[in-house]
Design a protein around this ligand. Sequence first.
Ligand code: R1P
Ligand code: URA
Length: 290
Amino acid sequence: MPIPESELILNRDGSVYHLNLVPDHISDTIITVGDPERVPLVSQHFDSIETQIHKREFVTHVGYYKGKRLTVISTGMGTDNIDILLNELDALVNIDFVTREARPLEERIALRIVRVGTSGALQEDIPLGSHLVSEHGVGLDSLMQFYPLVETGLEVEVGAGVQQALQLPYRPYCVRGSDLLREQLGADMVAGNTLTCPGFYGPQGRVLRLDLRMPDLIQQFQRFRYHSAEGEFRLTNFEMETAGYYALGRMLGHEVVSLNAIVANRATGEFATNADQVVNDLIQKTLDRL
Ligand code: R1P
Ligand code: URA
């Protein structure tokens, strides 16, 4: 059955609705960043840029780095944007835009998607300026209320533990990212479990003029532990997209990893004075390892 025009929306030029890209535009390895202004910081390292396209917060540059074809796309903030990003990227490679049919299973393409983002550490021992690779993403957002995500026993139990600690009315989802990409790109980075929040202030325990429902939210996150045969699980850092990437990546069959430049430490109350450098170093490391 062809996918209706209202579901897979194509622009007049045949490009996909929000990303504004056609299938030939993208490479199978994609670097994603939150900030549109971070896209040229990545593509400035390319030998050549063949395509530059933007719509809303989705800015895309496609080019070559040391002979390898790469795509860099900005996503804006939050897992609602990651829902758009992952579904449209997948459509670009796994749905035929002419017949509007999904490709047969044996022809499906697995993309390699690498998030290069900023993040705040939760634990005192994770230094400002470090690079952290997310082993798991724990999603406090509502995206997975709408998809039949299958989680492992450990993932379900971690989510249930976080639910209990925070007295939440729903169970957060927990998903492990790509082991392959984590080893390739982040073997020497701090390995952590990333808490994906539906906001930067209250959901990450920040108080400016509004009080929190749970005043010791940060301490609850910091104290949270889950023990299993695989060892001790603790939450290491805050950001706003990783769990969405990992969950949609698993369901759609893409390899996804989230790399975090630690620019804040919530235990010590510090923000990195060299945040731009920490991000630039992570970009360079990522490009050289892909
Ligand atoms: C908040 O400042 C933003 O920074 C982090 C969070 O996930 C959120 O998107 O990532 P980026 O630096 O990639 O945007
Ligand atoms: N991004 C976040 O979401 N939180 C932080 O503390 C820093 C960057």
